[in-house]
Design a protein around this ligand. Sequence first.
Ligand code: AMP
Ligand code: FE
Ligand code: FE
Ligand code: ZN
Length: 289
Amino acid sequence: MNSMQDRLIDLHTHTTTSDGSFTPAELVALASKLGLSAVAITDHDTISGYPEACKAAENTGVEVIPGLEISTRYHSAVHILGYYVNINNQALLSELSWIVWERDQRNERIRALMREDGLPVDYSGMKTRFGDVVGRPHFARLLVEYGLAVDVRDAFRRYLERGQRYFQARTFLSIERSVEIIALSGGIPVLAHPFQYRLDEPELRELIEYCMQHGLRGIECLYSGYTEEQSLYLKHLASEYGLLVTGGSDFHGSAKPHIQLGCGTGDLAVPYALLEGLKEEQNKKSLKK
Ligand code: AMP
Ligand code: FE
Ligand code: FE
Ligand code: ZN
């Protein structure tokens, strides 16, 4: 058994329930094999992978945390992570089914464009194959299978990015509602990967302060590819604002082959202590009730 200080976790992972390539059970098995103490399942816009992950974790010593990652828009794309959400909360489930419905509308437009080009897409077949949250990554896989791109990234570049033939805009859940609904459903809202948004410091502070007005409680400071300096900078911001520090790899399996579970691009190490911070926050909330 590792000592407390050595115990490592991963608080940002995707499964086949959204756009990852490992099923929830496979992801937990991998976490166990790698000796991770805990993993949070943070699929895009869904919490439905959690029960399977939980079941798979029985007798492994891996702790599974229910989570999700909601895509929102601020000035550009911003992602909000949620930890310890109540997976039976009706308000949360109804927002999430709206997101799936909205994506389905957008996907229908992509399907129509592909059909115009003689590329038939069986959408209900996609739902069966890929699960509820069907998005551009799955259309990318079809395009690869049609031989029109060498891999998912190439399919995005050629067909699915803004400005390309099959790009169709989505409407997103607002950032304030995303933060709020996570908090309302008993969860802890956290700003995901802050350096992905290409904001300067005043803009990043504005984003953090705006999210805090709606209940933000943490910042993802450790992330695949972030340098020690970058993580330290984010930790300073978190401490200045009284926010929790979280960290995770954003593992997607073969959908992002350069990112490994736990260690990210090689040097990521997320200590168990960060999870204890989340748990303390949960305890404080239940005492307040
Ligand atoms: P959607 O919400 O259906 O439009 O799909 C968005 C998802 O596509 C994001 O969560 C990313 O995981 C993935 N994605 C976006 N851009 C790219 C890209 N250039 N290459 C690979 N995956 C991408
Ligand atoms: Fe993704
Ligand atoms: Fe993200
Ligand atoms: Zn993610």
